[in-house]
Design a protein around this ligand. Structure first.
Ligand code: PMP
Length: 775
């Protein structure tokens, strides 16, 4: 109890009762400063503003209970800061005429008081400045600079007892029962619990030094001419030796509670700090608990002070702070473990440190049925979801998708997160670039050029010129334009049941995107897929390609009969929507590219043909919207004469950073080779399953792009769309995700993130075995 009382003593002392006249006299006699002293607020010291010869000076009359050593500690710290970083906007101490840090005066009752003088820092009160993330980042940066300036400083009194010293929070735990409001009491209890459980055991391992310990909204001013910049940090009365991040926890919890979206503001402060002084992982891990602990400490001390201290100042702002602080603390306490840490890390451009566990905090009624209802009310295409029982996804990681109840689904279907859901290197690249610059191709920046160089190095010679867009559809639309302009023709060849995207022009190239038959357009002619399972020429016919090529001649003849010459032949190089056929020559790499097919980086390479134009999308940037068209210089030159192509978001720096990270991961994790090996293993397992389940008619594919065609009858090859639906739905119920494709909707599509490994393959095959049994 006595330790607690020692701490509380540091709160309970009344400021000295000295008059302005007494202060003016001391200022004049001891400091040579003449002027009128105007009283200011202060909790422990009595403060005055003195206008002296055109300069503003802060006069501080120290509390009588404050030992000399503490004043000396503060003066020496300020002098140290001034030497280390003279630019920092902190008060400079003004010495007495005979060179001392303070003068003394006798109070009305004969008490001796110590009087110090400092430059007065002018500026806009922090809470009157605009609520802008830039200001928060600047504040975080200033705090880090202040920490750096104090780095090598020490004083024997640095670790003095102080109620506001967060690292001693547990010593005040006995004050909790005095909090009257049960909800507040519970929130503070939880805050202290977090401190005791998570923070305290790690305190001694954290980098520590002398810190300011109270860079809050009332100790900071903003530059009125540049309102996103901090113009002054003052009040060095809580200076203490503590972990460096204690300083950040104070500011990140104190300042934002007066703002909208306080935790987002805290994250800005942390990010600003991190940019100047990079935070260690261990520090970032503890910050959420420290922020919660500091809010608990503030509420605890406020509550105690209200009952024990007769404040002279207007305490309204503290009452308002109190209400906010409780709300923020309750919010943090309700967050999922790791959620705030991930938010802070993301603001610093870092990947989440560890998977979140448990359930996400959701608004009331936010379950899947409610969400479906709201989708149908407001989304034009809201009814199109996978599976009879839609999956409410809340998070992804690697090959896993998590639902709102915390259930983990093995994702054997989604290729957009090419190198895995939320790959840390991709997240980091996106977050860093988002925090640095996002602009468009009318300005010159590195990421887009670096990407174009790196990507074209993987393509055959001659395919050198890149046009960046934001989706696969846009890429194909542009490819179509390039082809028309450069050939002067307007006819197109496509595969029956192809899919190339959603723009008006590309929709005509995408018969599989329709729900109802549409009238054929005269400028497009279709070829049947070279289906080597149920087509006329089967897999055992060596030169079947030549036979299927006849359809090309027929389609060209049809175009000509309709009065059109061919501009382009569009082909998805894995014939995905046709039911996945190992590629003949092709150009649309939206699905097949980036090493997925195992043996080659690009689908068209397996056919030994070099297209004039190649389009890319979907996996290119792991989910960040991006599309790309690559072509030859001759075609690009012709097209550039015709139009100045500009896509506002196409190839923006963030998209390119993400796409570059995808290439890095593909290379560093050797994912193409991996895809070939794991793909083989899956195919082998599927063939074994085919021995037991007659529903499986065919197994085909390449690398991690695999189709399992289901048939009611192996002799007639009657497609089993019902079987495919049932199998996909049963797998979904066993928390394994696959898709369905093909002209007859009877092909199970397996196309997982490229990090899908043997273990995942085993689970997929086991679940598929069960699902096939159940049909
Ligand atoms: N081409 C192919 C082969 C596709 O699979 C898709 C998308 N499924 C597209 C183009 C269109 O891409 P996006 O949806 O990004 O517009």
């Amino acid at each position: 109890m006595s330790v607690m009382n020692d701490l509380l003593d540091t709160l309970s002392c009344q400021p000295p009762a000295v008059t302005p006249e007494l202060v003016e006299r001391t200022a004049s006699n001891d400091f040579g400063l003449n002027g009128k002293a105007q009283p200011l607020g202060g909790e422990r010291d009595r403060n005055f503003l003195l206008h002296s010869g055109g300069a503003d000076v802060l006069i501080k009359v120290a509390n009588a209970s404050e030992p000399d050593e503490l004043l000396e500690f503060q003066s020496m710290a300020l002098a140290h800061i001034a030497r280390q970083d003279p630019e920092l906007p902190v008060p400079r101490g003004i010495r007495t005429r005979d060179g001392r840090n303070w003068a003394e005066l006798s109070g009305p009752g004969g008490q001796r008081y110590r009087v110090r003088a400092f430059d007065f820092l002018r500026g806009l009160a922090f809470n009157d400045a605009p609520d802008d993330p830039r200001l928060m980042r600047h504040l975080g940066g200033m705090l880090a600079k202040l920490g750096r300036a104090l780095h090598g400083f020490f004083h024997p009194s640095a670790d003095h007892p102080l109620a506001w010293d967060l690292k001693r929070l547990d010593l005040l735990a006995d004050l909790v029962p005095a909090i009257g409001d049960p909800d507040q009491r519970c929130a503070v209890e939880q805050g202290i619990e977090r401190f005791v459980q998570h923070v305290k055991p790690k305190l001694t391992g954290l980098r520590s030094q002398v810190i300011h310990n109270d860079v809050s909204f009332h100790n900071t001013v903003v530059d009125p001419g540049a309102p996103f910049e901090v113009a002054g940090i003052f009040d060095f009365g809580d200076l203490i030796y503590a972990p460096l991040i204690q300083d950040l926890a104070v500011t990140a919890s104190e300042v934002p509670v007066s703002r909208r979206d306080p935790l987002a503001r805290s994250a800005e402060i942390v990010a600003g700090f991190d940019r100047v002084t990079p935070l260690e992982d261990a520090e970032l891990e503890l910050l959420p608990d420290l922020i919660a602990s500091r809010l608990a400490l503030g509420i605890l001390i406020d509550n105690w002070s209200e009952q024990h201290i007769a404040w002279e100042d207007d305490r309204d702002y503290l009452a308002a702070w109190h209400v906010h602080a409780i709300a923020v603390l309750q919010n943090i306490n309700a967050m999922q473990a790791g959620e705030l840490e991930s938010m802070l890390r993301a603001a610093c451009g870092r990947p989440p440190a560890r998977p979140l566990t448990g359930t996400t905090v959701r608004s009331a009624g936010n379950d899947v049925d409610d969400l479906m209802h709201r989708r149908l009310t407001h989304l034009g295409n809201g009814r199109y979801v996978s599976y009879a029982r839609p999956v409410h996804t809340v998070r992804g990681e690697g090959v896993w998708l998590y639902d709102a109840e915390g259930g983990a689904y093995l994702d054997a279907y989604n290729n957009v997160p090419h190198v895995g859901h939320c790959h840390p290197r991709v997240i980091e690249a996106v977050a860093r670039q988002t925090a640095t610059l996002n602009t468009n191709t009318r300005y010159v920046y590195d990421a887009i050029v670096s990407y174009a160089e790196r990507l074209t190095r993987t393509l055959p010679e001659g395919l050198d010129l890149c046009y960046f867009v934001s989706s696969g559809s846009e890429a194909n639309d542009l490819a179509w334009q390039l082809a028309k302009v450069c050939t002067g023709n307007d006819g197109g060849l496509i595969m029956e049941h192809a899919y190339h995207g959603v723009t008006d022009a590309v929709f005509n190239l995408s018969p599989s995107g329709r729900n109802a038959p549409v009238d054929p357009v005269s400028h497009i002619a279709m070829l049947p897929a070279p289906d080597d399972y149920r087509g006329k020429w089967k897999r055992d016919i060596e030169d079947r390609g030549r036979h299927y090529a006849v359809f090309c001649d027929q389609a060209l003849a049809k175009l000509r009969r309709n009065g059109h010459e061919p501009a382009a032949f569009f082909i998805d190089s894995i014939l995905s929507s046709n039911g996945i056929f190992v590629p003949p020559p092709g150009a649309d790499e939206v699905q097949a590219g980036f090493g997925r097919l195992g043996k080659t980086m690009w689908g068209f390479e397996t056919g030994g043909v070099v297209p004039d134009i190649v389009t890319f999308g979907k996996p290119i940037a792991n989910g960040y919207p991006m599309g790309l068209v690559v072509t030859t210089r001759a075609i690009a030159d012709r097209f550039d004469e015709h139009a100045e192509y500009f896509s506002t978001t196409g190839g923006n720096p963030v998209a390119c950073a993400s796409a570059l990270a995808v290439l890095d991961v593909l290379q560093d994790e050797d994912l193409m080779v991996h895809a070939e090996r794991v793909g083989e293993r899956i195919m082998e397992g599927l063939r074994q399953l085919a021995d037991q389940h007659t529903l499986i008619g065919d197994v085909r594919g390449s690398g991690l792009f695999i189709g399992v065609e289901l048939v009611e009858d192996r002799a007639t090859l009657e497609p089993s769309a019902a079987g495919a639906r049932a199998v996909a739905d049963t797998l979904r119920d066993h928390k394994v995700l696959v898709g369905i494709d093909g002209a007859y909707d009877n092909v199970i599509k397996i196309r997982p993130p490229m990090v899908f490994n043997d273990e995942h393959a085993g689970r997929l095959l086991q679940s598929l075995d069960k699902a096939l049994d159940m049909y």
